[in-house]
Write a protein that binds this ligand. Structure first.
Ligand code: MET
Ligand SMILES: [Zn+2]
Length: 771
């Protein structure tokens, strides 16, 4: 081993990397648009990394290896892919003359090319962060094709900061991988472990040589139930750390296991030649005395501060947990349960929030202070006694603050009966809807949003600043809606949307129009690549003071004779993409939102809207990582959707939209939503989902996406026809809808128009062959 310094007493598992003012987003998008070159991008990235190091040092993370080296240009899994050379064969040769995967190759994998779709993207555990999915097969070759993590470490060190380099660990990497196109049907990526490990070992040796005293290998997959048997995972973990533990001149190894309790894998890691083990002691439990005994000799990095939500830490509770670990005679240090990349950077920037609300919140920077306070507690309880008492007092005051509990909301929830969650049989609804809507076979529609142009954003910014009046803003948005409706008429879509120009974000928009929420100004959190969202804060009981979407929907419907979809965001997604109160069961909060949406649907129906889409793209995301916890989740989540929609008339067609591809996993829940039509991502995963639909015998309307909207690539009509051809082989044509994978808000108009034109043309061709 290189250096033998102790693990820092206080640290974070990871830190936001997008920059305080989203500097990384601007730099990357500038690079993609050829406005800056690779050197300028590199300089911007370095500035962000140094800024982080300075800030964290200032906040008290001043021991060696306390600052997590979690910067990434796009995604930490993509970083691992490019370091070990795991490029899918379909991309051809991406290495440059030096045999390295440079920044251009890196972004090619993330964004695709004219011929090749990018790597698939999926959610990182139960967060709203998306990683790129490695494609591994028997043909994949592994070699060290990037040393960026070493260079980043060296650069920080040269500037006076010894950071702690971060890599996704080998077992998690392979468990998150999917089989490549070339792989045989029963191929398991984990079978390539022996070839992957030497590359990791080489990287560790290089980091050691560069002077790193610690490396963090992130193994969150070990806290989630996997399809692979536990014994196989245990063997893979043991083997991995045996090999990496033996890497020449390596740094000391911290294995981090965020997102829950390790359970069966704890003894395996306890027996491995690693120097420190991080456990999630916030969401997971404090290990038992027997488990703790196994950890003797290792540093336990206790993740007692929640990295994934924004409420201040119950320091008294955390101190108690730390005391148990300390009493077991272990070397204990304090950290966050997960990387803080899932929360915004600094709550003190949110000066528009009331002082009271702000006092309840801890963003990444405030979590540093909490971690430092708790580390001080371990050394000398007296030193942090005041801070601990203060936190308890704030938590107590929050419980009784105005708006946190509203009697009228609670009474309405208490009065619900099973009838409030059920519609008529689908057959009855289907007949009523066929009559009301008279749609052609394979109806075409889009998922809701149209491109959010610079003009739309600038109008909103001006309205927020007061530079234009609310009426002027409304007029501009109505003009935009008119353009979008005319475009869809021209393209000959069957079911139209208004395009959602008035929504900054599909959750924030509702949060701004419901009581019980607040929104932030600078609270950006990375969602994928350069995309960030600003999750709202759901802190109180939810009420709807007045109709939210009706005026827009009514206006849009007045412009066309075709059906206009009303567009709402569902309760589960509103919860998933907000920071949600932690003082009551999530199901109660979801039902409060559900009732507000139910009232909105009644108002839309009264305004003449015949189709209403309630988006639930996050249904899969909140699915607990442990199977034992899943039924309870699916029960409350499905019920809250049903509560939202079950007030609709039989003739009102309820749509839902889900954007992820592992449909199979929760198909029963999707069925349970009882929506009349479900649209789902499929193009990016090349129609894999239709097999699940067929196997399940899914009986209601379904629109597997035929246009991957996550990249600027335009699918040709032939490609769309082919996807539809696959779909009609597996799903009865009378159930099929034709739509993109997701909304179009991130796309430009040029590619959108061309893609949608191809989509309609292909549909007409396939339709003609149906009879
Ligand atoms: C992430 S799902 C997006 C659904 C929303 N209706 C849209 O089209 O943008
Ligand atoms: Zn979507």
């Amino acid at each position: 081993m290189s250096k033998n310094t102790a693990f820092p007493s206080a640290s974070l598992l990871g830190y936001p990397r997008i920059g305080r003012r989203r500097e990384l987003k601007k730099a990357i998008e500038g690079f993609w648009a050829n406005k800056i070159d690779a050197t300028e991008l590199d300089a911007a990235a370095k500035e962000i990394q140094l800024g982080t190091a300075r800030r964290l040092t200032e906040l008290g993370l001043n021991e060696a290896a306390a600052i997590p080296g979690t910067f990434s240009y796009y995604d930490q899994v993509l970083d691992a892919i490019t370091h070990i050379g795991a490029v899918p064969a379909r991309f051809g040769e991406l290495r440059n003359a030096d045999g390295q995967l440079d920044i251009n190759a890196y972004f090619t994998l993330a964004r695709g090319t004219v011929e090749q779709q990018p790597l698939e993207m999926t959610k990182w555990f139960d967060t709203n962060y998306h990683y790129l999915v490695p494609e591994i097969g028997p043909e994949t070759t592994f070699s060290l094709t990037s040393t960026r993590v070493v260079e980043q470490f060296e650069y920080a060190l040269a500037n006076g900061f010894e950071t702690r380099p971060y890599l996704v660990g080998p077992v998690t990497f392979l468990l998150l991988s999917k089989a490549s196109d070339e792989a045989p049907a029963d191929f398991n990526p984990l079978s390539r472990l022996e070839e992957v490990l030497p590359v990791y070992a080489e990287l560790l040796s290089r980091l050691g040589a560069a002077g790193a005293s610690w490396i963090q290998l992130d193994e969150p997959a070990l806290v989630a139930d996997q399809d692979v048997p536990v014994a196989e995972i245990q063997a893979a973990v043991a083997r991995s750390y045996e090999v990496l533990g033996a890497a020449a001149g390596r740094p000391q190894i911290l294995v981090s296991t965020p997102f829950g309790a390790l359970s069966e894998l704890l003894p395996t890691l306890a027996g491995a030649p690693i120097e420190a083990l991080h456990i999630d002691a916030f969401k997971g439990a404090v290990p038992s005395a027997e488990e703790l005994a196994l950890l003797a000799g290792k540093t336990v990095v206790a993740g007692v501060v929640d990295g994934h939500n924004i409420w201040i830490n119950d320091l008294a509770e955390s101190a108690a947990r730390l005391d148990i670990l300390k009493a077991a005679g272990l070397a204990v240090t304090v950290s966050t349960s997960t990387s803080t990349q899932h929360v915004p950077q600094d709550v003190t920037e949110e000066t528009q929030l009331s002082e009271e609300l702000r006092s309840w919140l801890a963003f990444a920077d405030q979590k540093v202070t909490e971690v430092v306070t708790l580390a001080a507690h371990l050394v000398d309880p007296a030193s942090s006694a005041v801070a601990i008492c203060e936190a308890s007092a704030v938590i107590a005051s929050r419980a009784v603050a105005a708006g946190v509990k509203r009697p009228e909301v609670r009474a309405r929830l208490a009065a619900l009966t099973p009838a409030d969650f059920n519609r008529s049989n689908f057959a009855i609804r289907e007949a009523a809807q066929d009559e009301a809507l008279a749609l052609p076979p394979l109806p075409t529609t889009t998922i809701g949003s149209f491109p959010q142009t610079g003009e739309i954003r600038s109008a909103r910014a001006r309205a927020n600043k007061g530079a234009i009046t609310a009426d002027e803003y409304t007029t501009l948005m109505k003009e935009e809606i008119k353009r979008v409706v005319e475009l869809q008429e021209e393209l000959d879509f069957d079911v139209l949307v208004h395009g959602e120009p008035e929504r900054n974000d599909m959750v924030q928009y509702f949060a701004e129009n419901l009581e019980g929420f607040n929104v932030t100004v600078h609270g950006w959190v990375q969602s994928y690549g350069s995309r960030c969202t600003r999750p709202s804060i759901l802190w109180g009981d939810v009420t709807r003071e007045k109709a939210i979407t009706v005026e827009w929907a009514e206006y849009a419907q007045s412009l066309t004779n075709k059906p206009m979809k009303g567009m709402l965001t569902g309760p589960v997604t509103i919860l998933a993409w907000s920071f949600v109160r932690d003082d009551q069961p999530l199901g109660d909060t979801a039902n409060q939102v559900g009732l507000a949406l139910r009232d909105e649907i009644a108002d839309l129906e009264a305004a003449g809207i015949k189709i209403i889409q309630v988006d639930e793209p996050a249904l899969r995301e909140l699915l607990p990582l442990r199977r034992a916890d899943q039924p309870a989740y699916l029960d409350w989540s499905v019920n809250s959707f049903r509560l939202s929609t079950a007030g609709a008339a039989d003739a009102t067609q309820i749509h839902t939209h889900l954007c992820y591809s592992e449909f199979g996993v929760i198909i029963d829940a999707i069925d349970g939503l009882d929506a009349d039509v479900t649209s789902i991502e499929a193009a990016r995963s090349r129609m894999e989902v239709v097999n699940d639909l067929e196997n399940h015998g899914f009986g209601r309307g379904v629109g597997p996406g035929v246009y991957d909207i996550h990249s600027p690539r335009v699918p040709g009509a032939a490609e769309v026809s082919e996807l539809l051809g696959t779909a009609v082989k597996h799903v009865p044509a009378r159930q099929l809808w034709v739509n993109p994978d997701c909304g179009l808000k991130t796309r430009g108009y040029a590619e959108t128009e061309e893609s949608l034109r191809n989509l309609v043309q292909a549909t007409k061709e396939v339709r003609a062959q149906l009879v």
